[in-house]
Design a binder for this molecule. Structure first.
Ligand code: CIR
Length: 296
């Protein structure tokens, strides 16, 4: 009996470490990006789209400095950062995440939900094509998609159905990825994008805003995935958008309560938390993920 018990325990512990190993491997693969595309902040940035009414005036020089700091931070974490020139006809062009989605060897080029932003994707598609390693697929009209609505966890591709991304784009994404990854639509009732209220901590853990909209998204995700994710709830919606690259978690500076919560989780998972001040980009609804397109 004792022998049998020992064998069962041994098998169980072997299974646990195998699964842990698998998860760890999946996690590493997911966040160990090799390169990022970024786009210089335009001189016309003060004219960017803003949801606040009245909008808060932007300090352009400070915005440029903060954006440069962000790019420098990425350069320290990645093998390659490809910087596209700004386009003054597109004041929002530095928010490059919205223009395309890269998942492994597939790049989906957005048809962005805000008409003012359509066209930003042209230079981005050209730059991705130059890599020569990605199959490029365009979202077709009348589908609209902003990259800020796409949350990829390795297991699932969550697609925020928002003011910017519609159900037709969701159908197209299901056709593109559906045979490999489960693609799930998540209604976004408040805020700009899905990732304005939820983002990736690791392949099993998501950071979510402790707001009505955040809780609604958390419930949707939990139910649709049979509760496979753990959620880290933070009080500041802006701080719910974190940027995970390798073993570093980039967090917005200036939200101490949320930062303390994230720091505890980082310590538990041996991750390094780094903060960055993006006050001027926040005024144009910019989050941390929106400044880059990451790729392995
Ligand atoms: C916009 O309204 O499209 C821009 N002002 C902000 C885009 C932020 N994008 C993102 O978080 N993915």
């Amino acid at each position: 009996m004792k022998k049998l018990l020992v064998s069962v325990v041994t098998i169980l512990s072997a299974m646990t470490s195998y699964c842990y190993g698998q998860n760890k491997a999946a996690d590493t693969l997911l966040v160990n990006y090799r390169l990022a595309f970024v786009r210089t902040l335009s001189d016309s940035f003060e004219e960017s789209l803003k949801s606040a009414s009245p909008s808060i005036p932007i300090d352009l020089n400070l915005a440029k400095q903060q954006h440069t700091n962000y790019i420098e931070l990425l350069k320290g974490l990645l093998e390659q950062v490809i910087e596209l020139e700004s386009d003054s006809n597109h004041p929002d062009c530095n928010f490059i995440e919205d223009t395309a989605l890269i998942v492994e060897d597939i790049a989906v080029i957005s048809r962005m939900g805000a008409i003012e932003r359509q066209g930003e994707e042209v230079a981005v598609a050209q730059a991705i094509a130059k890599l020569g390693t990605k199959k490029i697929i365009y979202i077709q009209s009348p589908g609209t998609m902003d990259g800020g609505d796409i949350l990829f966890t390795g297991k699932h591709l969550f697609v925020g159905i928002s003011r910017r991304t519609n159900a037709l784009a969701l159908e197209q994404l299901k056709a593109i990825f559906g045979d490999k990854i489960e693609v799930i639509g998540i209604p976004v009732t408040q805020g700009l994008h899905l990732k304005s209220i939820i983002s990736l901590f690791d392949s099993n853990t998501l950071v979510v805003a402790d707001t009505e909209a955040g809780r609604a998204v958390q419930n949707e995700i939990s139910q649709a995935t049979h509760h496979v994710y753990t959620f880290i709830s933070v009080p500041d919606p802006v701080a719910s958008n974190v940027l995970r690259i390798g073993s570093t978690l980039i967090v917005q500076e200036g939200f101490p309560e949320s930062e303390a919560i994230l720091q505890d989780h980082c310590l538990a998972k041996h991750l390094k938390l780094v903060t960055i001040n993006m006050s001027e980009l926040i005024k144009a609804d910019g989050a941390l993920t929106c400044g880059c397109i990451l790729s392995n």
